[in-house]
Design a protein around this ligand. Structure first.
Ligand code: NI
Length: 158
């Protein structure tokens, strides 16, 4: 009888008390123009570092953004966040500002930045983190794919 009681209590502990941490990812896409150029480097140094991406007449990329949130599975709904809410947040605050835009000159949160994949992902994080928190989820990771061979990942500051 004692064993049955212990098994029962363990069952209650697992199903009623413990929380299950899950990582949920939403993908969104945007197409943007940019130019990689550092005013602190000479034109020759810019071309050497950035290659074709230093072209002064711009070029475009088909970006893919993966937004991963971390949270406890809500027992009533079975989800950690409403994916529609998450998609809405990413679209309103990020995609609408970047899609079919010139990242160097048209995006408020990228002003004065070298629009490298690294810098773009950091600035996206700064915008998204407080918005994701509003729907009781925690931004865990961003992944930004610039080309099929180049992408960046960011987990925020520790
Ligand atoms: Ni480029």
């Amino acid at each position: 009888m004692l064993i049955i009681r212990i098994v029962y209590l363990f069952h209650v502990l697992v199903t009623e008390v413990l929380f299950f941490m899950v990582y949920l990812t939403r993908r969104e896409r945007f197409n943007s123009a940019h130019r990689l150029f550092s005013p602190e480097l000479s034109e020759e140094e810019n071309y050497k570092l950035y290659g074709k991406c230093a072209n002064p007449n711009w070029h475009g990329h088909n970006y893919e953004l993966f937004v991963t949130v971390k949270g406890e599975v809500n027992k009533k709904t079975g989800v950690i966040v409403n994916l529609k809410d998450l998609s809405h947040i990413v679209n309103e605050h990020i995609i609408e500002k970047l899609d079919h835009k010139n990242l160097n000159v048209e995006v408020d949160f990228l002003t004065d930045k070298i629009v490298s994949t690294e810098n773009i992902i950091i600035e996206i994080w700064k915008v998204l983190e407080p918005e994701v928190a509003k729907v009781n989820a925690k931004l865990h990771k961003l992944k930004l794919i610039e080309t099929e061979n180049n992408f960046a990942e960011y987990y925020g500051e520790d």
